[in-house]
Design a protein around this ligand. Sequence first.
Ligand code: NBP
Length: 503
Amino acid sequence: MQTNRADIGLVGLAVMGQNLALNIADHGYTIAVFNRNPDKTREFIACCERQEPSSERLIGCVDLAEFVRSIKRPRKIVLLVKAGEATDATIEHLLPHLEAGDIIIDGGNAHWQDTTRREKRLSALGFHFIGSGVSGGETGARFGPSLMPSGTFEAWQSLEPIWRDIAAKVDPDTGKPLEGAAPGKPIQGGIPCTAYIGPNGAGHYVKMVHNGIEYIDMQLICEAYWLMKNLLGMNAGEIGKIFEEWNQGELSSYLIEITGDILQQKDPEGDGYLVDKVLDTAGQKGTGLWTAANALTLAIPANAIAEAVYARALSALKDERVSASQMLDGPVVTQESDRKALIEAIRNALFCSKICAYAQGFQLMAEAQIEYDWQLDFGTIAQIWQGGCIIRAGFLRKITEAYHRNPGLMNLMLDPYFKNALHEGQSHWRKAVSLAVANGIPVPAFGSAVAYYDGYRSAFLPANLLQAQRDFFGSHTYERTDQPRGKFFHLDWSSSDRQQNEV
Ligand code: NBP
């Protein structure tokens, strides 16, 4: 084995690691690969030698010391192992073999606080640690993922050429993902969907918010489908065609595109459409939950994102729902006669709700950067998401433009483009939500998005009463509308003289 030959190393040869290694090799880099179970390494190398044009740039290692020695210094070692304990275990095994200045890059779905903890520990030992969100699943890893790296800027500069090469690319003129990559034939040119996000856990934080947005994007699409099915009696194939049409307009996105395909898929094992036979219980891996929990911690109203997590939880209560459906009554569903008008109302409900959901995600990141001492570039983050990842959409280019117009934008809904869209779409949006409620069709994400919009645009909310209640039972004090902010009062609500005191 010739030492110091590989440009980069990678540990973890499951689906993501194998595909990312091949992507890196396709871009002309020599890469050493290692897996805990050596048989996987041997199988991977043997398989690549049979069918991969870039296989000569792969160095399979079954010994960890030999793997580390094979990499040029300062070493760059990508981890794509199961997130959590496996990542810590892999780092511990690697440490005795590393030298000062070497860089570990965790591409797993780590919780951002774990990344911050690991970065702190490794930098104290003289190593660099980059946490890089990787989005796009297996195909993204192979032909261009969206990459969200953070750590020291020095370490990023060392990794940057490779990360920019392997990332998804978008057309600089249209913002559309450049497609057509094949084994040994990567995309040339275009804007790479990666950029330095910030220090310590910032990259994994942004990846977490991406996943939270992915949850709500998917839930909103499901609610649009459910309304067309229940209020218009359309079958899956017909609804799939509507999604195909929507994919030509402002809703154009990967998720709308695959929804059109999914809905038109016939059941390969019988009559009708496959989606009608898929059991209505959705799983989750936790990143949506992390986003919602962090929003609660930071007191940011990301209610639509949280609703998407709850919607999956409710879907999982299948047996309870089946029982309850026999016991709890609701209204009789009245089908709408004006199909064209309702479809347009649902399209607007989807678009307006999507604006609110993204506004919530970006507002959460805006608060996080203050709380965790980062400086996030929101226009760039939206650009990184334009290609490679699951939420890729034309819509994200509008977000990039909004933050370029006004880097200090307080809320996405206040940008002229999005404000206009909300103003134009809101009567349809309200109609769709009202019809859903009147007919007993659950639309938690549409409903919470419209409540967010109405709450955010309200100069007054009933929190006056709420704060008075808090003062009544807990002496929590209140401010007065006719006094300057910061002056607090308390009333002894239950005593006979009810004196108000400034506190
Ligand atoms: P998995 O998440 O299924 O992890 C399997 C890999 O982890 C194998 O290489 C396995 O080695 C290794 N591993 C385990 Br398990 N425990 C280990 C330990 N204690 N020490 C060393 N290695 C250990 O693989 P994946 O689906 O390819 O995902 C890899 C990472 O990328 C994960 O963090 C995942 O969350 C993230 N991610 C996945 C996707 C996706 O679409 N799948 C997308 C984006 C990010 P072994 O072969 O010896 O058991």
